[in-house]
Design a protein around this ligand. Structure first.
Ligand code: ISE
Length: 346
């Protein structure tokens, strides 16, 4: 039996996942698309046989669709809307792929962890797709192999061309650096213990209310330091790259690839335009891993615990943005449900 997926939110990420599920993912099909903007939901299901548009998740869950009821959910609404959608889907015991962030703060994320514990099994996979990027996965393997000795430092560059309307100063942390929080935890296998933010010279290209770029300093349990340049109005294009310093060598990942062209007295190549292209292949692997695991009743990647831990980092990061201080990240004890990792964590 296939997964009959309801996709909640038909914005940029939702529309991308809908096409992915429809054209590239095995064992899953788009059964319903939910958006408060029903026109947008209708546009997203056009061309997908049997898929129907709804204005609310409750209507989609109640509907008798071709092949039966919805039996899995992808949540791709803005982060502040995730909590309610997650609780509703957990109530129905559906497998869930939730775009990042799980929720925007630690308290609401913990509520989700508690609801999942009550259910007694892991149903939520969080959309931290970088773990499924071939180069990040290879770097993770290198850390675990100890081939280059201990990992000591990470230098992360996270640059976006510009920001959509409504992108606040806090979202530099909650929506963008949240990926570094997750990937640093993934690479080191450790929790993050503190976050510090320095605001330097600001770009005049940043919209009102945003201080851009920012420099974020992150420390893990064993003392690995990671610095992040978060620069979300960098104009030139999209870049997510990391340099890792080990005891025995230096590793770079995430540089632009593709054809290197020499022509008419000039050399060059194409800059990646956005995260959709940069992480397209990673999203495919991520969603396939989720679908495969969901069909077996599990999750295939980062868990609600990862969503909670990164939410706690974000909260510390936003406080650090405001105060300029070094803010400790304090986590509640990890529940036994999350002691065993996902069957494949990317
Ligand atoms: C966006 O929501 C993403 O998830 C992208 O990966 C990130 O680069 C961007 O900064 C976020 O706004």
């Amino acid at each position: 039996e296939n997964l009959r997926v309801a996709v909640i939110g038909a914005g940029r990420m939702g529309a991308d996942h809908i096409q992915r599920l429809h054209t590239r993912i095995h064992g899953a099909e788009v059964a319903a698309v939910i958006d408060v903007d029903l026109d947008r939901a209708n546009a997203a299901v056009a061309g997908i046989p049997g898929a129907r548009a709804f204005a609310t998740p409750a209507e989609a869950y109640a509907a008798e669709l071709d092949g039966g009821k919805v039996n899995a959910v992808v949540i791709a609404t803005p982060g502040f809307l995730h909590e309610q959608a997650l609780l509703e889907a957990l109530e129905l015991d559906l497998p869930i792929l939730c775009e990042k962030p799980l929720t925007p703060d630690a308290e609401s994320a913990w509520k989700i962890v508690e609801a999942e514990q009550k259910l007694g099994r892991q149903r939520i996979q969080v959309g931290f797709m970088r773990r499924f990027d071939a180069e990040y996965a290879a770097l993770g393997g290198l850390v675990r192999s100890r081939d280059l000795g201990e990992l000591l430092m990470l230098h992360c560059r996270h640059r976006n061309p510009d920001t959509p309307p409504g992108f606040t100063n806090e979202m530099l942390i909650n929506d963008s650096v949240v990926h570094e929080f997750d990937v640093i935890r993934y690479l080191t296998g450790e929790e993050i213990t503190s976050v510090q933010v320095r605001l330097g010279k600001a770009s005049s290209k940043a919209p009102e209310g945003q201080h851009d770029p920012q420099h974020v300093l992150i420390e893990t349990e064993s003392g690995v330091l990671a610095d992040v340049e978060i620069f979300v109005n960098a104009q030139f294009g999209y870049e997510v790259a990391t340099q890792a310093a080990f005891e025995g060598g230096i590793v770079d990942i995430g540089g632009d690839g593709g054809p290197y062209v020499r022509r008419a007295g000039r050399w060059g190549g194409e800059v990646t335009p956005s995260f959709i292209e940069r992480f397209g292949a990673a999203y495919d692997v991520e969603v396939q891993a989720w679908a495969d695991a969901a069909l077996r009743g599990g999750i295939g990647g980062p868990s609600a615990w990862d969503g909670y831990a990164t939410a706690a980092c974000c909260e510390a990061g936003v406080e650090a943005q405001r105060t300029g201080g070094k803010v400790a990240v304090v986590l509640k004890p990890k529940p036994a449900l999350y002691a065993v990792g996902a069957e494949a964590s990317g």
